[in-house]
Design a protein around this ligand. Structure first.
Ligand code: MG
Length: 253
């Protein structure tokens, strides 16, 4: 509390929408290349080329020393996986997180995709995590409280037996990739700051099949579930407008 949440003007939100739309196009470019046998380094190259083609810059590369433009997290990896020569294979799920900077404004998005036959419970994990993102986004409107977002996400996924990661959360976003406030994916309703028009958040539920507890691997980046069970992750950059939430990182944004 007491933290500064930067309010953006309408014209600043338009700039962020251009960044968000460019990022949605990057994701769209990538989708046809996501198949078994492709390495995550190849994915990273496709992403970086697509970002540069749109006169934008990768937001993650070099951020606190991160070595790539994309975070690629397989199966029990939750977030911050580093692209490598590992190939996608049948039964894998892969979370892909991408950020870019266009004209000094940031956009951040993520999604999880399954390959080959994946079990029903893991398929449901992916689908419900994506739905929970939209449950959270729906709360991003003036007059609601910050924690209404996390409450909506948590109370949607837990009845399926899934758990919400506590150690990593969403965030404000704008000229910086990570601004205040932290946007938790859990918590009680009606606490924390009151939401206002002009706030811009990256809302990003990370939902686990088993325990919510996490570990960080020896590479100091890759976050995995403590019990080795799979995790899914979806993220959009969202602006709070007087009419409600506006998703900036979709193709209509
Ligand atoms: Mg993010």
């Amino acid at each position: 509390m007491g933290k500064l949440i930067v309010i953006k003007s309408n014209s600043e939100i338009e700039c962020m929408a251009r960044a968000g739309n460019a990022l949605a196009q990057v994701v769209d470019d990538l989708k046809g290349s996501l198949k078994c046998g492709v390495t995550t380094l190849e994915i990273d190259k496709i992403v970086e080329d697509a970002i540069i083609k749109r006169k934008a810059k990768p937001a993650f590369k070099g951020y606190r020393g991160f070595p790539a433009s994309t975070c690629t997290s397989f199966n029990e990896q939750i977030v911050h996986g580093i692209p490598s020569n590992r190939k996608i294979k049948d039964n894998d799920i892969l979370s892909i997180d991408i950020g870019l900077i266009l004209d000094e404004w940031m956009a951040d998005t993520a999604f999880t995709i399954g390959f080959g036959p994946i079990s029903e419970d893991i398929q449901r994990l992916i689908e419900m995590t994506q739905k929970s993102l939209h449950k959270g986004i729906e709360q991003a409107r003036p007059g609601n409280h910050l924690s209404d977002i996390g409450f909506a996400i948590q109370s949607f996924v837990e009845p399926f037996g899934f758990s919400v990661v506590r150690d990593f959360v969403g965030h404000g976003i704008g000229r910086s990739l990570h601004e205040d406030p932290e946007v938790a994916n859990f918590g009680l309703p009606k606490t924390g700051p009151v939401l206002e028009e002009g706030m811009t958040f990256a809302i990003e539920p990370m939902v686990n099949l088993g325990t919510y507890q996490t570990k960080v691997l020896e590479d100091k980046w890759t976050v995995v579930t403590a019990d080795g069970k799979p995790s899914a992750h979806f993220e959009h950059t969202v602006a709070i407008t007087k009419d409600g939430p506006k998703i900036l990182t979709d193709l209509n944004g």
